[in-house]
Design a protein around this ligand. Sequence first.
Ligand code: PHE
Length: 331
Amino acid sequence: MKDIENSIKNSKNLSELEEIRVNLFGKKGIITQGFAKLKELDGEEKKTFAANLNAQRDSLSELLNLKKLEFEQEELNVKMKKEAYDITLFNELSSSGALHPITITMNKIIDYFVSQNFSVEEGPLIEDDFHNFEALNLPKYHPARDMQDTFYFDNGSLLRTHTSPVQIRTMQNQKPPIRMIAPGSVFRRDLDLTHTPMFHQVEGLVVENGNSVSFANLKYMLEDFLIHMFGDVKVRFRPSFFPFTEPSTEVDISCIFCGGKGCRVCSNSGWLEVLGSGIVDPNVFEFVGYKDVSGYAFGLGVERFAMLLHQVPDLRSMFEGDLRLLEQFRW
Ligand code: PHE
């Protein structure tokens, strides 16, 4: 009995232990055979033999179970140690992520306007003709629609070509005064060195009751914004045309690469075009049911800002996901 107990205690692993268990409790095991022997005994002798055998069976199986538990625990400990992660560990191969240059630029733009009390509005990417064109003073078959080559769906809906429809939706849902920007992706059928079928815009709209909004307000705000984005630049407004604003202007900054002297990036003009803007056309207000209001609007392409800020020469590289480009934007 002592021998068996010792062999259990000294067993080295689960399979050794299993062998001992079979030797005791298997078909031909010592304890099993002992019970078989009971048949051959009678009376008092049978009683004591049985009592002994039961006691042995109980104590041995308890011992076996305890030892088994011990092995299982050990095994678990080894496994846990092997699989443990040291989250404080740092090695050369670990690398942090990075925000995409478009996101970085978008955030910088949004930060400015939020600081100036603009709300940030969103709208659907799939638009209808009314919100994307008609309400923006772009009637069907108007030649100005060609400025924005459009992806249409069979049912007549379309991928928004600018975020201006968000301004229409905001005016439909809110009363003036309004002070909002609409950041987001837009889509046009265009692909070359400087155009991709999807790009990002931030457009803004300010509407006040009465005729208190003037071009001077627009000019002040955009100059302040462009200096926030590009540092110490000169800003110039050029007359232009947009169907939804009148008067309309395109806005240039002095070239940030040559300081206005003229270089390859600014085609030797000394200026870089960065924005479209203007005083909201009264027709637009009519479409959304606004009366006796005045306002200004502006719109910009985020990719263009990102390319200028981070000196990325090819627009397409913004969307190729090449790690060599993206890694340069790691914090
Ligand atoms: N919606 C114009 C575009 O996408 C940008 C713009 C907005 C111009 C507001 C003027 C005023 O081209």
